[in-house]
Design a protein around this ligand. Structure first.
Ligand SMILES: [Mn+2]
Length: 284
């Protein structure tokens, strides 16, 4: 079993550039380029700065031997826009996703990680109807995005949500995947989110391993989405690793661990992850 790391371990205390260079120094071979580095530019609607940061990431990667396994797409408000009634908002969501599909190509990455679209419930709509509407709107959004992704040679992995809304369970994502019916669309299993939501990870892997395209590996206390390194929360890592091996999952697993405001803490956390990587690799 191999492991990689998401650059968010250097957010907000440092830069993606340093995250990339230090990941290589600490013996990592695989990366996810996190979205967090871009949040403030997207919030300010400054797409020029987004492009500049993407370009600088491409340039630093060219100086390394690292393989970008996953890129995280924008999330947050864009997830409301994906399923909005306003066609202009939906178009903006598509434009952003297409920008990130292009970014995947530039860093030679095959897999874009996304979240489900989501809207708040309505006073006059029963909640089960609201969920049905969310499913239908996600199918519509991902049907179009899958076509673009396929044309560009990129696949899309939708992540199981932390929030108790549509997209919380892998079955929600499997429903989108089977309705859209595109081979480029699949699941990103976030182990920490599943743990908080009491969704048994071995059962998820047994049932949905065939559509699994990406992973987010992190730990927590079962209550708060702490994004801790493995073994620092209450997840039983031996069982998790065994479950991945049982389904012969062949891609490296990606640590999605939170950073800190203090740069030295980010670096120490990445170093610790390089040691935990070796411990996990020895689990049966
Ligand atoms: Mn995640």
């Amino acid at each position: 079993m191999e492991f990689g790391v998401a650059t968010m371990v250097y957010y907000p205390g440092s830069t993606p550039r340093r995250a990339i260079l230090d990941s290589q120094s600490f013996g990592f071979r695989y990366l996810e380029i996190s979205y967090e580095h871009f949040i403030k530019y997207i919030e300010n609607n400054d797409l020029m700065r987004v492009k500049e940061l993407q370009k600088s990431i491409v340039e630093v990667l060219e100086t390394t031997q690292l393989k970008v396994l996953q890129v995280h797409a924008p999330y947050g408000k864009v997830n409301y826009y994906m399923v909005a009634d306003d066609v202009g908002l939906r178009k903006y969501a598509t434009t952003l996703m297409e920008m990130w599909i292009e970014f995947c190509r530039e860093v030679d990455c095959r897999t874009l990680v996304t979240h489900t679209g989501w809207a708040p419930p309505r006073v006059t709509v029963p909640y089960h109807k609201h969920i049905e509407i969310m499913l239908r709107k996600n199918i519509e959004f991902y049907r179009e995005l899958s076509k673009v992704a396929k044309d560009k040679g990129v696949e899309i992995a939708i992540e199981n949500r932390l929030e108790r809304v549509f997209g919380i369970t892998p079955k929600d994502i499997a429903a989108i995947v089977s309705e859209v019916g595109s081979e480029v669309l699949g699941l990103c299993l976030d182990v920490g989110h599943a743990h908080i939501n009491k969704l048994p990870i071995p059962e998820i892997l047994q049932r949905y391993g065939s559509i699994l395209k990406a992973t987010h590996i992190h730990d927590n206390n079962g209550e708060v989405d702490q994004h801790l390194p493995p073994y620092m929360g209450s997840i039983d890592w031996k069982t998790i690793i065994k479950a991945f091996k049982n389904i012969n999952y062949s891609r490296p697993l990606i640590f999605e661990v939170a950073g800190d405001r203090v740069e030295e803490i980010c670096r120490n956390r990445l170093y610790l992850l390089s040691k935990i990587r070796d411990i996990l690799a020895e689990e049966t």
